[in-house]
Design a protein around this ligand. Structure first.
Ligand code: MEV
Length: 312
């Protein structure tokens, strides 16, 4: 039986989540935690060795449907807890799209995979930006809608919003992720912010303010100005809290980590999931996160995007 394995990285959002859904800027780094998918020819549809109709996996269903593949065995293996705010579902979509295309011999460049992975995410969530899928497909670091960034890798438009995605060469910095252990679904959190923003002028101003902070923060990241970037991350967390996407567990970890780092914030959709801290003392921040009930991980950035890892 022929098979193909592909993998794609998770990510954390340095600045700009939620506001990016409305076309505001964002900056995101891919991390050294990956989602791997192995697809093997099969006479039945199997997921991790068991028959499955994929009704609980709309991303997978979408991707197989795109290629009219009805019988296949899919094996998954992930370093990314699902619902942790680290982009596990975007990484799954990118890895599966790449693996299926490799197995059936369809050529795939980054643009083919981003288009398919974003459609898969959108079909599952019904709302959202192509930020997570772009970070997973391209790897390293990306910016979204930062005006001075030159030629975009790709531009995606939907529902009156436009996202120009560019590569960013971020200097080496150490970030610590703290996972609350609480799984949170992105779709309902994005929907909650959308309702608030549509009904309330103040919430709209907060979304604009996140956009401005993100522009300043991207400059600070490029200049390797950790003090300024940290301040802006902490400020961004306060704005995200006002939008209602933080929670007591996240605030506890962010407040504790901010005391001993340049700055800290929730990352991703919020509502649980994870926070990040920018630090020169990762072990100290890890200990603080542990003491406050979270699971710390020191993450490395500058990693490749989606890759074919094996074929047979
Ligand atoms: C989730 O990782 C990021 C959000 O901005 C949603 C999105 O961009 O689709 C909350």
């Amino acid at each position: 039986m022929r098979s193909a394995t592909a993998s794609a990285p998770g990510k954390f959002v340095v600045l700009g989540e939620h506001a990016v859904v409305y076309g505001k800027p964002a900056v995101v780094l891919a991390i050294d935690r990956r989602f791997r998918c192995t697809v093997t020819e099969s006479s039945r549809l199997l997921l991790n060795g068991m028959p499955d109709d994929l009704s609980l996996h709309p991303h997978m269903r979408y991707i197989l449907g795109e290629h009219e593949v009805h019988s296949i065995s899919i094996g998954t293996d992930s370093d990314l807890p699902s619902g942790s705010g680290l982009g596990s579902s975007a990484a799954l979509s990118a890895a599966l799209s790449c693996a299926v295309r490799t197995l059936i011999g369809k050529p795939a460049d980054e643009k083919d995979i981003i288009d398919e992975a974003y459609e898969a995410e959108f079909s599952a969530q019904g709302i959202g930006s192509p930020m997570d899928t772009s970070a997973s497909v391209h790897g390293r670091g990306i910016t979204v809608n930062i005006p001075s960034d030159g030629d975009p890798l790709w531009t995606i438009e939907r529902n009156g919003n436009k996202w120009e995605v560019c590569d960013i060469h971020a200097p080496e910095m150490t970030f610590v992720v703290g996972y609350t252990g609480i799984k949170a679904l992105t779709g309902p959190l994005v929907e909650k912010v959308r309702r608030y923003k549509d009904r309330n002028r103040f919430a709209k101003d907060i979304v604009d303010e996140i956009g401005s902070i993100t522009l300043d923060g991207t400059d600070a990241l490029r200049r390797n100005d950790r003090v300024r970037l940290g301040e802006l991350m902490t400020a961004d967390h306060k704005l995200l809290s006002i939008l209602g996407v933080s929670g007591p567990e996240l605030n506890r970890l962010v407040d504790a980590a901010a005391e001993c780092s340049y700055g800290a914030k929730l990352t991703g959709a919020g509502g649980g999931g994870s926070m990040i801290a920018l630090t020169d003392e990762p072990e100290k921040v890890c200990e603080t996160i542990r003491l406050h009930g979270g699971t710390p991980m020191i993450v490395k950035t500058g990693v490749p995007g989606v890759t074919v890892d094996k074929t047979s």
